[in-house]
Every structure is written in C-alpha cells, then in structure tokens.
Design a protein around this ligand. Sequence first.
Ligand code: GRF
Length: 222
Amino acid sequence: MRVAILISGRGSNLRSLARACAAADSPARIVLVVSNNPQAQGLDIAAQEGLENIVLNHRDFTNKEGFERDLDSVLTKAGAELICLAGFMRLLSPWFVQSWRDRIINIHPSLLPAFKGLETHRRALEAGVCFTGATVHYVRAEMDDGPILAQAVVPVLPDDTPEHLAQRVLLAEHQLYPHTLRLIAQGKIHLSNDRVKIKGVTWPNTTVIAPALVTTTDSDQK
Ligand code: GRF
C-alpha cells in the first residue's frame, strides 16, 4: 500500500511509521511526506529516513481551497492510496475529506471521543481520569471525529504533569500507529455502517483497574 504522511512539526510518529515501513515484510511503503510548515523538524526526519518529502506552505496560498487543491494533486501524483496525518495541524475541508473518504487516518493523543482538540493531557489531568491514551481513527470533516481503528490505554499516575503524561502517551503512539497502518495495509480492516471491523486479530481480555488491586499492603493500612 502506497502511503503519504502529512506533518506540521516534530515528526516522531513519522519516524516510527518510517521505521516500521522499512521492514522487509512491511505491506506499506511511504511514497511521500508533505509538511505545511517549512520549519518542521519532521522534514529532517523524513530526509534521514530517505523519504521523498516536500513543503507545501499553506501561507503561500491566498485561500485554503488553493492549498488543498495542490495537496490533493501532489498526493494523487505520488499514487498515494492512504494518507496518514501525523501531527498535521490544519483542519481539512469537507470536500477534501470526502474525496479521500476512508483513505485518511489520524492519530490523536487521547481515548476518543474524550478530549478532542488541543492540550489533551492537561485536560485529562484536570478531569481526574485514571486512564488516557491514544486513538487512531478514520478522518471525517469534524475535528478528531471518525470511526475508531485502534486505541492504546495509558494510566494517569498520581503525580503526573502534562509533560510526563505526554511522554508516556507518545511512546504508546509510536507502537499504535505502525500497528494500525500494518492492519490496514494487510487488508484486515473494513468499515460496516461506519464502524470498524477487523479480521484475524486477537483482542486483550484483561481488565485494568487503577489504583491497582494490590492486597499485600491492605493490612498495613488498618
Ligand atoms: C502527537 O501527539 C499526535 O497524537 C498528535 O500530534 C502529535 C504529533 O507528534 N496528533 P509528532 O510530530 O508525531 O512527534
């Protein structure tokens, strides 16, 4: 499967996807990296990983439609069959999303539908949730909306800061995104009534409770 990656910044998810796609048995190949930001660190990562990369600066266009028309054209020319958003900070217009429907995926640093938008880790801490995580989902016109493909759960620790939590969620993202891309490229994922169905996978069946059910210290507390 020919994959294009869209970035705006740091590019750590791009790196994890690139490394996974470089494996001899990978069913996905990255054919193009596009950054809307000429300063994106991810451009250096793309170059280090030997990936074709271009800058399409949205500021060089008089309107959003012009930017997206060019984006559409470079992706089509590259023969992209799937677009992975990896820290791409522009909301795509409904016409663009519609023309790539079910062929664009995104990674978001929360357990969607909770905490859509920015500053997810600060908001998760403020809400007092015991678990957060990351979600890979198909993209729809609404921000951080669309059928959920896969999720990773990360416990929130009692003394967490947004920065520490972000680091642990990011590590989970680096496992989750390549895993999900592989399932798609293997043809194991289908949509039925806008719900994701996955064939030939195993599912975790453990319940995780926080605080943990540790009994050894119970008597100490009496
Ligand atoms: C990640 O946290 C991702 O979930 C979010 O933007 C961030 C991008 O990080 N959509 P990076 O550029 O991949 O390092």
